[in-house]
Design a protein around this ligand. Structure first.
Ligand SMILES: Nc1nc2c(c(=O)[nH]1)N[C@H]1C(S)=C(S)[C@@H](COP(=O)(O)O)O[C@H]1N2
Ligand SMILES: [Mo]
Length: 200
């Protein structure tokens, strides 16, 4: 098998890697609303819907046939901690593109999760080169508390966008607030701009 390509999240190449107002932690905390769902990978599916020509639901077997890559990325939580040099393995978000015809008017996605959590991303943020559906995190299958079996990683935005237990991507004609965004978090959440709260 050919060696898996390595994606370096661009922020890992900065001289100063700590965004304003953040402090470094060495261990990744566990943070989420409600209880972590326990999901068997064999039953897991990924639904691609909304502004697509035909809705499609990938089985775990179909998902495992998609091209994989490794990812090196820094993670920044809006509550103020950052963890550098995280390692992931999984399917880059861009690999979904050939599977569906996305309508021209699509501008954003809503990421859906088991348990009902949602997070919105602009289409260009979702298809950034360093966005990944992660299966492996720091050498092990993504643990239940961190999103088993599949967790989205969007390292260029605050970590609330990196949805755990992801099971659906909805393509939308405009950006709409997800779970935290409708509770006061910023619609986009760029840590370098300190887009923490919307001020609404
Ligand atoms: N499904 C789901 N994903 C989620 C959350 C959640 O409550 N549910 N919380 C988000 C928030 S606010 C943070 S800070 C990160 C924490 O990820 P970690 O527990 O792996 O450190 O997960 C994000 N993804
Ligand atoms: Mo968070």
């Amino acid at each position: 098998m050919a060696e898996m390509p390595l994606i370096e999240s661009p922020d890992t190449k900065r001289k100063d890697r700590l965004p304003p107002g953040q402090r470094l932690v060495s261990k990744l905390p566990v943070l989420h609303e409600g209880r972590a769902p326990e999901l068997a990978f064999e039953q897991w599916t990924l639904r691609l819907f909304g502004l697509v020509d035909r809705e499609r639901t990938l089985t775990h077997g179909e998902f495992l046939e998609l091209p994989r890559a490794r990812l090196h990325a820094d993670l920044h939580c809006v509550t103020g901690w950052s963890r550098l040099d995280n390692r992931f393995e999984g399917v880059p978000g861009r690999e979904l593109k050939p599977l569906i015809a996305i309508a021209e008017q699509a501008r954003a996605v809503m990421v859906h999760c088991a348990g009902g959590y949602t997070a919105n991303l602009l289409l260009e943020d979702f298809f950034a080169e360093d966005v990944m559906f992660a299966l492996i995190m720091n050498g092990e299958p993504v643990p239940a508390a961190h999103g088993h079996p599949v967790r989205l990683i969007a390292p260029r935005l605050y970590l609330w966008k990196s949805a755990k237990w992801v099971n659906g991507i909805e393509f939308m004609d405009q950006d709409r607030p997800g779970f935290w965004e409708s509770r006061g978090y910023h619609l986009r959440g760029d840590p370098w701009q300190e887009e923490r709260y919307s001020g609404r």
